[in-house]
Design a protein around this ligand. Sequence first.
Ligand code: GRF
Length: 196
Amino acid sequence: MSIRLGVLASGRGSNFLAILRSIENGELDAELCLLISDREHAPVLEIARQRGIPAWHVSYSRKDRQAFELEVAALLDYHACDLVILAGFMRLVTPWLIQRFPRRILNIHPSLLPAFKGLKAQAQALAYGVKISGCTVHIVNDELDGGPIIAQKAVEVRSDDTVESLSARILVEEHRLYPEAIRQYSETYSKAQMMA
Ligand code: GRF
């Protein structure tokens, strides 16, 4: 049985689309059951709607994160999602949601963690002067961009790189890495389900 994915995203949705394409072309045995965005006009909502994937805007208020997460959890439950995928979701997930879906939330980050956590990871890498950066898919825990690493891909930093050029090359690798990491995760997950 293929793993059921619920995606949280805030913006353009290129990782969402990469996951969708790898499902469509048979590389990833999964089902995209739900897309939730905290931004009403995020392009990712349109991508999902055009493909007939249930797509919801849930409004987010920093003062009432619990209300946001209650609604998110209810939607994830309703659509029977096995795994929660953060794909450019620009909000912090609270320990409440993490406990609600223990070891079942994945995130992608545009650096080789544990280096350059947080925002603007590509700019941080350039400012530090590293020669290699990349991207990481990890399980979400209570620590920002922490949690067990599932997969990583290195990307060379060139001497003439700008934030834009480095981000673009890392993004190409993100699009390969995320579907592959979900595939790896779901194989382990299915085995654990079978043994339970
Ligand atoms: C990606 O670089 C991802 O690593 C970061 O946010 C960006 C999202 O891009 N967390 P997109 O919305 O998937 O195009």
